[in-house]
Design a protein around this ligand. Structure first.
Ligand code: HEC
Length: 143
């Protein structure tokens, strides 16, 4: 009995340590700004924006294409639409705050991003608008 209890305790401890080590490891391999993009920014853009601002349709919507970071930083009639570090000078952010009476309000009526999503996008641009390359940074339509 005594041995079993010890094994159980050791197993629990190593599971806890394993979780801690795993968490610490993830934190050092992914830059925090990138995972903020993946969890707080990308889903909002996929849900509210990609439908119009993608490679096939962007020509109808002021040429602005946000399928990848590279495209988002280099397309649009008023490029650069995103100014890293300067959310209030970024058209990308200001259009999100417009009332629906304005033609440039994004996303177009009746959709509206939440205050929380707005704050996350502001924070993301303010901290440098890091947009990872590769699959993590490639936006896809939600199903
Ligand atoms: C239903 C289609 C549609 C969706 C969805 C949409 N847009 Fe747009 N977007 C447009 C249209 C149309 C314009 C041109 C509006 C105008 O010039 O009056 C535009 C223009 C823009 C521009 C200006 C680009 C430039 O350089 O002139 C930005 C920035 C933008 N949209 C960002 C967004 C963001 C961010 C989202 C998601 C939150 C979004 N849009 C969702 C249709 C859409």
């Amino acid at each position: 009995m005594k041995t079993e209890a010890w094994i159980l305790a050791a197993a629990t401890l190593s599971a806890v340590l394993g979780t801690l080590a795993g968490g610490g490891c993830a934190g050092t391999t992914n830059r925090p700004a990138d995972s903020f993009f993946a969890t707080k920014v990308k889903p909002t853009l996929e849900y509210y924006c990609l439908e119009c601002h993608n490679s096939k349709s962007a020509s109808k919507f002021n040429q602005f294409n946000l399928e990848t970071g590279k495209l988002a930083m280099t397309t649009g009639l008023h490029k650069p639409v995103i100014r890293p570090g300067k959310p209030d000078e970024s058209l990308f952010f200001t259009v999100l705050r417009l009332g629906h009476a304005e033609a440039l309000a994004m996303p177009p009526a009746p959709d509206k991003v939440s205050e929380e999503q707005l704050a996350d996008i502001r924070r993301w641009i303010h901290s440098g608008a890091a947009w990872p390359e590769g699959p993590e940074g490639h936006l896809k339509m939600p199903h």
